[in-house]
Write a protein that binds this ligand. Structure first.
Ligand code: NAD
Length: 497
């Protein structure tokens, strides 16, 4: 069986802790590999390699640094098919969707190629008599990223590309559920010419994460995953004086106004609700039709679409979605459906009994659809992270704005309408970080930035875009006067004009 170790100091190394986790192939249910779970000592080894390599990397001129990213993009394109297949076989999503996962990461690498421009500081001549002031952005040193299972290509790239372009050394702790692609990406960075030690991959679980949080030489931690862990990481990183940005769970609503194009709304809901088996942080998990007539029209069209979703193995390019990531995830989602039924929601489509012929041990379930879900239900309040869509009927626009605004999560939201005024007011009032207008999954392009509000994001800067340059650098401001300018002798008072 394949064993996945770590990538430390430019070399693939076996794990020494004696602890391993199983990596499944969700479409068959088989264990396909074992991944080593790092100890504190192994994490420390990666930090020491990173610390030794980083000063020379920071001293390399920025344009040369990003040339490595340019080469990396060529290599990702070369290996795209193989990497998408590896991703699909470890995660469960379909191969076309796996290609999208890689592509949305690539876009941020492309953006990071422009970082030499974004790292430029400011300069003021004659900020005082004979005094010039200037600022520079310097890398933090060694930084770390802890990433979730659901985008094993995109999120690692969102983190390491800007950090490395800014002159930092990076330690990536990917999800232990699908570590193959993150390892592959790091190997491609080395092949592209990245000096050893600048990008290390340390596989592991809580032990490796805690070692990152407690390591005195790691200056910043970027995290993406569930909210309770995001909050834990944010607090513990702050306690040891690290910068942290921690992105968490979601409950993304899609509002359907009475004037919305119903065909378009249903298409959007089905794709955004069930694509990747609902295992996306920007998946739509709550549909909010406004008014009884809208709700009835929506349900009439939605039910047959959900009943006819095509579920297939990850290698079936024509499938709408594949299996969930693990049996534990499947059981968790099935359990939520049971909870919804007990809470009194109407289960309009029940996909729990779905079996994939020829793949009976895979982690499959069909799409589920709940109607008449209310605010007090657990299936509304909690993130299910599976192919389950809840319909919450709103009486009017104000109620529809209030639902996502008052929810504890505030990642993404969408409104479907033909009324520009309603859309504009919605975008202004809603208390959510990313808003779509007739766009169900409003993941911002690479030169904007990605980040949810409330318990979907802890920290003050978003990931990617110019925020990533602020996160991965510190500003130094220099006020300078040259000796020939000191003509008046000593000054004892601050100047007052
Ligand atoms: P997760 O929180 O279980 O794991 C994320 C990372 O934390 C992994 O690397 C994991 O090894 C580590 N981890 C797990 N338990 C830990 C513990 N007790 N202590 C320390 N570290 C621990 O999340 P997941 O299941 O991999 O990913 C799905 C979640 O991520 C969903 O909640 C989803 O909404 C969220 N997500 C959010 C965004 C976003 O940008 N807001 C993007 C993608 C996914």
């Amino acid at each position: 069986m394949r064993t996945i170790g770590h990538l430390i100091g430019g070399k693939t190394v076996s794990g020494r802790s004696g602890r391993f986790a199983d990596v499944y192939q969700p479409m068959t249910g088989e264990v396909q590999a074992r991944v080593a779970l790092a100890s504190k000592a192994e994490l420390r080894e990666a930090v020491e390699n990173a610390k030794a390599a980083q000063p020379a990397w920071a001293a390399t001129n920025p344009q040369r640094r990003v040339r490595v990213l340019m080469k990396f993009l060529e290599l990702v394109a070369r290996d795209n098919d193989a990497m998408a297949e590896l991703l699909a076989r470890e995660h469960g999503k379909t191969i076309p969707d796996a290609k999208g996962d890689i592509f949305r990461g690539v876009e941020v690498v492309e953006y990071a190629i422009g970082i030499p421009e974004l790292m430029k500081g400011g300069y003021t001549e004659n900020a005082g008599p004979g005094i010039d002031s200037y600022s520079m952005r310097q890398p933090l040193g060694v930084v770390a990223g802890i990433t979730p299972f659901n985008f094993p290509a995109m999120i690692p790239m969102w983190k390491f590309a800007p950090a490395i372009a800014c002159g930092n050394a990076f330690i990536l702790k990917p999800s232990e559920r699908d570590p193959g692609v993150p390892m592959r990406l790091a190997e491609l960075m080395l092949e592209a010419g990245l000096p050893p030690g600048i990008l290390n991959v340390v596989n592991g679980d809580k032990e490796a994460v805690d070692a990152i949080l407690d390591d005195p030489d790691i200056a910043a931690v970027g995290f993406v995953g569930s909210s309770s862990i995001a909050h834990y990481i944010y607090s513990r990183a702050a306690a040891t004086g690290k910068r942290a940005q921690c992105f968490g769970s979601a409950k993304n609503h899609m509002i359907i106004m009475p004037d919305a194009d119903m065909e378009q709304s249903v298409d959007a809901l089905v794709g955004a609700g069930y694509g990747a088996a609902g295992e996306r942080c920007m998946a739509v998990s709550v549909a909010v039709p406004v008014g009884k007539t809208t709700a009835d029209r929506l349900m009439e069209k939605l039910i047959p679409r959900v009943e006819n979703l095509k579920i297939g193995p990850s290698t079936d390019a024509s499938a709408d979605f594949g299996p969930l990531v693990t049996m534990a995830a499947l059981e968790r989602v099935r359990n939520y459906v049971e909870i919804g039924v007990k809470e009194g929601a109407t289960l309009a489509v029940d996909g729990r009994g779905f079996k994939m012929q020829g793949y009976e041990n895979g982690f499959y379930m069909g799409g589920c659809l709940f109607d008449n879900v209310t605010k007090d239900m657990r299936i509304y309040k909690e993130e299910i992270f599976g192919p389950v869509l809840s319909v919450v009927r709103a009486n009017d626009f104000d109620e529809a704005v209030a639902l996502p605004s008052e929810h504890e999560y505030g990642n993404g939201v969408a409104i479907f309408t033909r009324d520009g005024d309603a859309a504009r007011e919605f975008a202004s009032r809603v208390q959510v970080g990313m808003v779509g207008i007739n766009v169900p999954i409003p993941v911002p392009v690479a030169y904007y930035s990605f980040g949810g509000w409330k318990r979907s994001g802890f920290g003050d800067l978003n990931q990617y875009g110019s925020d990533s340059v602020r996160f991965y650098t510190k500003t130094k401001t220099v006020t300078s006067r040259w000796p020939s300018g000191v003509k008046e002798g000593t000054q004892f008072a601050f100047h007052s004009k």
